[in-house]
Design a protein around this ligand. Sequence first.
Ligand code: ITT
Length: 197
Amino acid sequence: MKIKKIVFATGNLNKLKEIKSAINIFEIVGLKDLGITEELPETGTTLKENALQKAKYVYNKTGLNCFSDDTGLEIESLNNRPGVYSAMYSGADCNAENNMRKVLSELKTFQNRKAKFKTVIALILNDKEYFFEGTVNGKILQKKKGNDGFGYDPIFKPEGYKETFAQMSIELKNKISHRGLAVYKLVSFLNQEELGL
Ligand code: ITT
């Protein structure tokens, strides 16, 4: 089977940019290219459920092979919150700034700032479902640093690095990040499918 192009089901243009930069052996088709403008359903209680829900929605609508990504930030001192609720953490007015502000304020009195980002990718290929996961450990800084990346990147410093994700090139972030690791597994799988292994 030859896989030449695949749909990435996301409404998040920053994710699309990262995925396009990480994958160059298949053409990545975005939702805009397909005229899909509505928000994807995301009502599950786990990353896996949400990832599958988004991929299924687009697969059912288009009949095209596709994958999606659901990501959460788990902070140890906050009992792994915001986790699957990372996108809407600050409530009705949620956006990256408000979400980060809430996390920094909640962590004020805590010494333990350990956190991890987790991504689950759900792939629907010829009617079959597959999942790929990636995790990166790190910690939440006292204040924001850097202007690149998106979401919680300015307050997350991955283990073994001096910079936050928002201070890194997209290439370095892809090499070590939750999403980058999950994508690596996805691409290895698709390559095998391609070779018929
Ligand atoms: P889609 O569901 O349409 O893919 P989304 O932005 O809603 O887009 P998620 O539910 O997976 O995606 O994202 C949960 C939250 O985590 C959201 O606020 C993102 O900004 C944030 N996030 C996701 N990936 C991130 C990353 O690599 N670095 C920093 N924050 C990230």
